[in-house]
Design a protein around this ligand. Structure first.
Ligand code: PGA
Length: 250
């Protein structure tokens, strides 16, 4: 059975001391979250080691990106081995902000995913259409292509360590959430695209998160959808109470 997960994407927010306090608060409140809901916090690189040292094990540590090379002369980059050494278990890859502002291509994401999996990191791969693509009715095609371009290079075995996050770009940080029906139909489509390559069982076992203005007031309805297995939470993950309330929305 696939795992339900609520992951916080802190993006470029909090200083190290603030992040450590937030992580401690999340861990304290996490006791109220049912055991079958996995909890992850994805912090800035600078926070990983310190936040990792205060996490209790109930909450897992994630990065928000990794380098597309293993080591060497790549100034400013952070390798998967470096991430691993902080106690990191996951990395987000392909977030729309990275695709949009930092030229992250599907090709690069294949490299990054390979390196992350080889290093023993799980991958949270983000896909999603922008407003123009949605208005042109291309949302299914865009998400399908992103999934195929990256994940079709991997195996059913690899899929055990990959989570997909559907994040419609027009809903990220805008306060506009996809309706539960809009989200569900894309999640179902993604699961079908995974089934076509890896078989029905692998698709059934893959966790697919929704992200984009998910908050305590709308999480319950989103999570009630059959193909929505949790959330990737941005803004609301910066408040421990909101994040935990979202996690308790099942
Ligand atoms: P948001 O961000 O919840 O602030 O919309 C979600 C994300 O980009 O992961």
């Amino acid at each position: 059975m696939r795992k339900k997960i609520v992951a916080g994407n802190w993006k470029m927010n909090t200083t190290v001391p603030e992040g450590v306090e937030l992580a401690k608060a999340v861990c304290e409140k996490a006791a109220a979250v049912p055991e079958n809901i996995g909890l992850i916090v994805a912090t800035p690189f600078t926070h990983l080691a310190s936040v990792g040292s205060v996490l209790t094990g109930r909450v897992e540590l994630s990065a928000q990106n990794c380098a597309d090379h293993t080591s060497g002369a790549y100034t400013g980059e952070i390798s998967v081995a470096m991430l691993k050494s902080t106690g990191c278990k996951w990395t987000i890859l392909g977030h729309s902000e990275r695709r949009q502002y930092y030229g992250e291509t599907d090709e690069k994401l294949v490299e990054k995913t390979k390196l992350a999996l080889e290093a023993g990191l799980g991958v949270i791969l983000c896909v999603g259409e922008n407003l123009e693509e949605r208005e042109a009715g291309k949302h299914f095609d865009v998400c399908t292509a992103q999934i195929k371009n990256v994940l079709y290079n991997f195996t059913a075995e690899d899929m055990k360590n990959i989570i997909v996050a559907y994040e419609p770009v027009w809903a990220i940080g805008t306060g506009k959430t996809a309706t539960s029906a809009q989200a569900e139909e894309i999640h179902a489509c993604i699961r079908k695209v995974l089934a076509d390559k890896f078989g029905a069982q692998v698709a059934e076992d893959t966790t697919i998160l929704y992200g984009g203005s998910c908050k305590p007031s709308n999480a319950k309805e989103l999570f009630a959808q059959p193909d929505i297995d949790g959330g990737l939470i941005g803004g609301a993950a910066l408040k421990a109470d909101d994040f935990i309330q979202i996690a308790m929305s099942y």
